[in-house]
Design a protein around this ligand. Structure first.
Ligand code: AMP
Ligand code: MG
Length: 329
């Protein structure tokens, strides 16, 4: 049975996991860099964190999987998109292990990892996918060897909207759970820009308007509540239109923002209206993790994809709809 060690290091998380070719997650270990309160992620500090935690995380992933490096079939790493200094830590680790032990090396697109791990864990076959994370806000459809973009944000992601609003309130990033807590005690729906253009979305005007509402003396709870109601309604509109357009019967949601219970409830209603099933990735695997890199890693490996260690670069900006995913029909 082939096995792959996957290494994730695009942003906050340094993760390592071992996954077998039949989709068994044999281990998944991670350590998350937490920036100082009130500030965002600093790429160099995240990289410093990853360098210091990598040996422990990698060792633990192998021990928990009960496997030695010699017995692995291949090594995969998140090649992008992400923060350069953070990405390079994972790539260097993968390159070193690959060279030293003579193991094939496989680069993986981080977002393809979220989507394919989502399909593995939910069992969704041909879903409309909503990828909502710190780095992405995208509605996608798997078709003819690619994940095709149906709609996406034209500026900041919904995760950035939430985290930047949180930072404005002096909260540490990522502030999703704290904003969700605040919003749950809000009650007045304040008007914010609702911006859907075709199938694309925009959130930066909402962030500016939300800060203005605070400056005018509105309660934090009500502004947080209004952000959630407005932004999530926009996501539901685009997801629902994609379901109606494709006639697909599964709505799969991946990425850290999917942890939000108000959003889950709204998406459930949207899916029901379109006669579709809502498929949610278990929270443990909805954020960044090694398994999202190990699983596509083994699929690519079986399809013959490899890079030489000397060519194992990182790509900070990398659109996911240019990446071949040969096992998509
Ligand atoms: P990821 O990039 O997939 O690790 O997702 C991280 C993003 O998810 C950050 O922007 C978080 O603020 C956001 N997030 C996490 N939990 C929640 C939540 N309960 N509600 C809203 N956003 C959340
Ligand atoms: Mg991610």
């Amino acid at each position: 049975m082939s096995t792959c060690l996957g290494i994730e290091s695009t942003a906050h998380t340094f993760g390592a996991a071992v996954v077998s070719e039949d989709g068994r997650i044999m281990s998944d270990v991670k350590d998350i860099y937490v920036p100082p309160t009130g500030s965002g992620i600093h790429p160099r500090e995240a990289a410093r964190h990853h360098v210091s935690e990598a040996p422990r995380v990698l060792r633990k992933a192998l021990v928990e999987a009960g496997i030695s490096i010699d017995d692995l079939s291949c090594i995969s790493y998140s090649a992008g998109p992400g923060l350069g200094p953070a990405l390079r830590v994972g790539a260097v680790a993968a390159r070193a292990i690959s060279s030293y032990y003579g193991k094939p090396l496989v680069p993986v697109h981080h977002a393809i990892g979220h989507l394919e791990l989502g399909r593995l864990l939910t069992g969704a076959r041909r879903p409309v996918a909503l990828l909502i994370s710190g780095g992405h806000t995208t509605v996608l459809i798997p078709k003819r060897r690619r994940w095709r973009v149906f709609g996406e944000t034209l500026d900041i992601t919904v995760g950035q909207l939430i985290d930047q609003f949180g930072r404005h309130l002096g909260l540490s990033s990522p502030s999703g759970p704290k904003i969700e807590g605040l919003a749950s005690t809000g009650s007045t729906l304040l008007e914010l820009p609702y911006t859907v253009r075709g199938n694309d979305l925009s959130f930066s005007g909402m962030l500016t308007a939300a800060k203005r509402l605070l400056a005018r003396g509105h309660r934090q709870e009500d502004v947080a509540y209004s952000i959630q109601e407005t932004a999530f309604a926009m996501l539901c509109e685009v997801a629902e239109r994609a379901l109606a357009f494709t006639g697909y019967h599964e709505l799969m949601v991946v990425g850290g923002v999917a942890a939000n219970s108000r959003l889950r409830a709204m998406l459930k209603a949207a899916a029901r209206r379109q006669d579709a099933k809502l498929e949610l990735v278990p929270p443990r695997f909805s954020g960044d993790c090694g398994a999202q890199i190990a699983w596509p890693g083994i699929m690519y490996y079986k399809g013959g994809v490899r890079v030489r260690p000397v060519d194992a670069n990182v790509i900070q900006r990398w659109r996911l709809d240019v990446v071949d995913v040969p096992w998509i029909e």
